[in-house]
Design a protein around this ligand. Sequence first.
Ligand code: ATP
Ligand code: MG
Length: 446
Amino acid sequence: MSENKKAEKIVGVKGMNDMLPADAPLWELFENTVQTVLKSYGFQQIRTPIVEQTALFSRGIGEVTDIVEKEMYSFEDSMNGDKLTLRPECTAGVVRAAIEHNLTYEGPKRLWYVGPMFRHEKPQRGRYRQFHQVGAEALGFAGPDVDAELIMMCQRLWDDLGLQDVRLELNSIGDAEERNRHRVDLISYFEKHADLLDAEAKRRLHTNPLRILDTKNPAMQEMVKGAPSLLDYLGEESRAHFEGVQKILRHNNIPFTINPRLVRGLDYYNRTVFEWVTDQLGAQGTVCAGGRYDALIEIIGGKPTPACGFAMGIERLLELMKASGEQFAPNQCDVYVVHQGEQAQLQAFVAAERLRDAGLDVVLHCAAANGGGSFKAQMKRADASGAAYAVILGEDEVAAGLAAVKALRQAEGEGNQNSVPFEQLADYLVDQIIGEDDHDQHIHYH
Ligand code: ATP
Ligand code: MG
């Protein structure tokens, strides 16, 4: 093929992004922080498949939602005709797995997940067709305490990630019966203002009028503001639950605003709903959304089990971390090992392994497709790797039982290259690089 013509380039799927190594320090920091914070609240990780039966989502998310109406990647398994869907969110899958494996048999369970989700949306900033979420699901908890705990866990995560411009909006959407009474009044209010409804709102008027409340159409905002508020329809229990959440948040100094028009896109929510929003990301400003979904587990075929959870959009949070101005310089390694000659190459392997044994990250120069094996070319690679030190092994060093060590991040001149006895190389470099610091704090985000 190479003799005739170059093969046509195959590019990625629209709206599905590569996460490139330059950003790796950022998402690794994000994922490590998430893992630490969620673990510190006793949440356990669960991983469910990316593909589920389509029925799980159409039933679990609700037929009259953006996701099920128009965003799902659904297909038939060509082998057996099964109707399958790439998961658009993970709550339904987690609940399915919890039922299937009896996870709440012995009591309530705190679970979390991270991974890719798929929605066929119009790609734009902060909105992609493959995107990633971290989510937590507290299954089998009935009271307002776990709702507040989930919210506080988010607050701790923002603090640990250094994010300051995220604020909490809170609402209660009551129970089914309360929503039904509200719904009747809401429909007649919208009917009175039918001339102001856009096509989507008209379509939703009798199927999902609550969703009209979170319309993004500016022409409808004023009218929507005057609509009957669900909060006025809450019964005693729903009101007590909502107040219970607020009381814990206030006691713990978590600021929030109550937004009566916050309804969430998914149908299975009841009572507490919340969103964390920022002004820094343009139109896609919601970084985390969650709430209570006491009905879902029964809908999916389990025993009635109250539950509460959230999902956060990782791409949006990473953008926010970048905007916070912190530098995430990617260092590939601590030490780059340069060598020249057959004996030196063998010795270089020994040196690299010993340095790794000592806890350092080491790149050993290997032959590249385009050559570049000269000493000068290797030193250039060492420099580009971001390593603090190059270890240099030539025939002379090997013969003398030495290794040359060059500090790459200091000004040229006296003392930035040393000869170290080969046997002492690891100790020497550990001292130089980790020094007095705690070993555990030795990470690559400087
Ligand atoms: P929207 O109303 O903006 O479409 P949603 O209600 O569909 O949001 P959820 O299903 O609640 O969003 O998802 C939780 C979070 O996941 C969102 O707040 C957002 O941060 C992120 N998210 C949702 N869809 C996308 C997407 N297509 N691309 C990137 N992130 C997304
Ligand atoms: Mg959406």
